[in-house]
Design a binder for this molecule. Sequence first.
Ligand code: NAI
Ligand code: 15L
Length: 267
Amino acid sequence: MTVSTPRHVLLTGAAGGIGAFLRERLPAYGYALRLFDIVPVPGDPDAIAADLLDDTALRAAVRGVDAVVHLAGISQEAPFEDLLRSNIEGTYRLYEAARAEGVRRIVLASSNHAVGFTPRPAVPGAAVATTTPLRPDTFYGLSKCFGENVASLYADKYGIETVSLRIGSCYPCPRTVRMLATWLSPADCARLVHAALTAEEVHHTVVYGISANARAWWDLSAGAILGYIPQDDAEVFAGQLIAELGEPQLEDPEHTHIGGAFLTTEP
Ligand code: NAI
Ligand code: 15L
């Protein structure tokens, strides 16, 4: 892709936190964004305000785009019925709309919570692979497992390619000691999405979405194959965070498993 030929991309969940990061950064990579969210997108009167379950609106939204970046949904633990609607049925409807309208590439916001019950490797320096079995830590994580499985089905059966991003913690800066390992900076998020949109022949590829964190224990090699080279490192925030929050208690679930506090979170 060159910046002189914008690729038309639908961004669902555009009003959310990551949506705001990507609205600000993706145009510089040469993308023309069409925005979609159930709530209005601040500052963009042209954004489509609709539910993922509104088939007519969704079909119109995906019509004519080259790719979809699918962020929309509930982004934390919630009652199963709510996740069933927004995340499970909503993601299925998005794939059906893409299939009907001939969209060939989706970048899917999965989450580390799809594998949240995976223990932290006992060996220092070891990293959790993207091929580790799905081990959701919440109904939310379960909904992300469904998303990855829908992506797999539509790649195998219909040739719709997906990069599933198991995002760590995407915020302007890390908020907890755990996030020194799991942080994805907004700029690296845009780099990752750009790599996922432009890599060739991804079929269904799963990658971890974190920055180049010194404390990371997730394997970034699948992302590197797509061309994702993170530039930021949460370590620059470590001194201040640990001074404020204290040294990590390594036996705490916050640090023993991928999903951290989600392991004990109830809807
Ligand atoms: P967010 O909660 O700020 O944004 C989600 C957006 O989706 C909201 O603007 C909401 O209005 C919209 N939405 C919810 N249900 C919808 C529906 N039925 N139809 C249309 N729009 C709907 O979440 P955030 O942080 O921006 O995350 C974006 C995606 O990335 C989510 O799928 C989340 O699960 C995932 N993710 C985020 C992480 C993070 O650290 N922020 C970490 C891992 C995954
Ligand atoms: C997620 O999947 C959530 O959307 C986000 O709110 C964070 O809690 C993040 O994971 C995390 O694990 O830090």
